[in-house]
Design a protein around this ligand. Structure first.
Ligand code: FAD
Length: 282
């Protein structure tokens, strides 16, 4: 049984959701948008989030879109991870996204977790962001300032940067990147389910390898300095990998119950080497 006690409203339009947000805020509540609810409920039980009202965005048709329009793949923020892994369209249209989200949680949790909920959550792994970072995707948001379309790199810097009352409606990704040769590697402490020590998504476009990482720091990121170090000429693969790792400030590399800083750094080196080998950069 859910021990949380909050008002639940569902909205079927984007403007209706924002109106509900404004109305609840004016009534003195602290509303949160609700995707799959897995994090809201888990952290709510631990008293780490305390919404007294939630607005369910899943009934909004724009947040359920999964379609290719004029070469652009549009994915609604309310799509569940199971819908992504089970959708045959995406096997060709965005295989890196399928491979990445397939490794998040277990099948039961993926039935609930939504794309935008994973990316906007407080639990910092947010692995679903990785494919969008390497593909330079665009994000469509909706809020009190109405509809906006911005680069993923503006909307997501370590975490989602949204105004009060603003939510993610859709992700838009062009074809040269989303269909490029790709690699996804996830290394856990043990087993097939769990948060990563290192999770990496990489593609090769125009002879350049792009990489985004989760699990290494307390936030997912993509670093052009790391990508450049990894691909500089005249050095061995091992030397390039070591220089790429030096780009990350040592104190930012996680040192926790999942893995020590030294072990995580070792795992990261093996992951970067494997990416170079599999994408032809070795
Ligand atoms: C067993 C288990 C294992 C897991 N393992 C992993 C893992 O290995 N890697 C990983 O990355 N994740 C993992 N997760 C998922 C992660 O920890 C979160 O629980 C999940 O991503 C939250 O998604 P949700 O759709 O349920 O979001 P919700 O709980 O509904 O919301 C989470 C946050 O996102 C906000 N939000 C929701 N939708 C939107 C929107 N459209 N626009 C703006 N904000 C929005 C909410 O307001 C809230 O702040 C795991 C979860 C479980 C239960």
């Amino acid at each position: 049984m859910n021990p949380l006690d909050f008002d639940y409203v569902a909205s079927s339009t984007m403007s209706g959701a924002v109106q509900q947000y404004t109305r609840l805020t004016q009534a003195g509540k602290q509303p949160m948008y609700y995707g799959g609810g897995t994090e809201i409920i888990t952290l709510g039980r631990l008293h780490q989030v305390n919404p007294n009202a939630v607005i369910d965005l899943k009934p909004i048709p724009e947040l359920q879109v999964m379609a290719v329009q004029q070469g652009k793949l549009i994915l609604g923020g309310g799509i569940t991870l199971t819908q992504i892994t089970g959708q045959s369209l995406l096997r060709e249209a965005f295989p890196l996204l399928q491979a990445t989200v397939h490794e998040i949680a277990d099948h039961t949790a993926r039935n609930k977790i939504t794309l935008a909920g994973n990316i906007c959550g407080q639990i910092f792994y947010r692995e679903a962001i990785l494919p969008f970072l390497v593909c330079d995707s665009m994000v469509r948001t909706f809020g009190p300032q109405r509809a906006k379309e911005r680069s993923i790199h503006q909307v997501f810097q370590r975490e989602a940067r949204l105004e009060a009352g603003e939510f993610i409606a859709q992700f838009v990704t062009d074809s040269p990147t989303r269909t490029a040769p790709f690699v996804h590697i996830k290394r856990r402490k043990a087993g097939q389910v769990g948060y990563p020590i290192v999770s990496a998504a990489a593609i090769r476009v125009s002879d350049r390898i792009r990489i985004a990482l989760s699990g290494v720091c307390r936030f997912p990121f993509r670093s052009s300095a790391l990508e450049t170090a990894l691909q500089q000429g005249g050095l061995t693969v091992g030397q390039r990998v070591q220089q790429a790792i030096q780009v990350i400030p040592q104190n930012l590399i996680l040192d926790d119950y999942e893995a020590s800083r030294a072990y995580r750094t070792f795992v990261l080196a093996t992951v970067l080497e494997e990416i170079l080998q599999r994408l032809g950069g070795a």
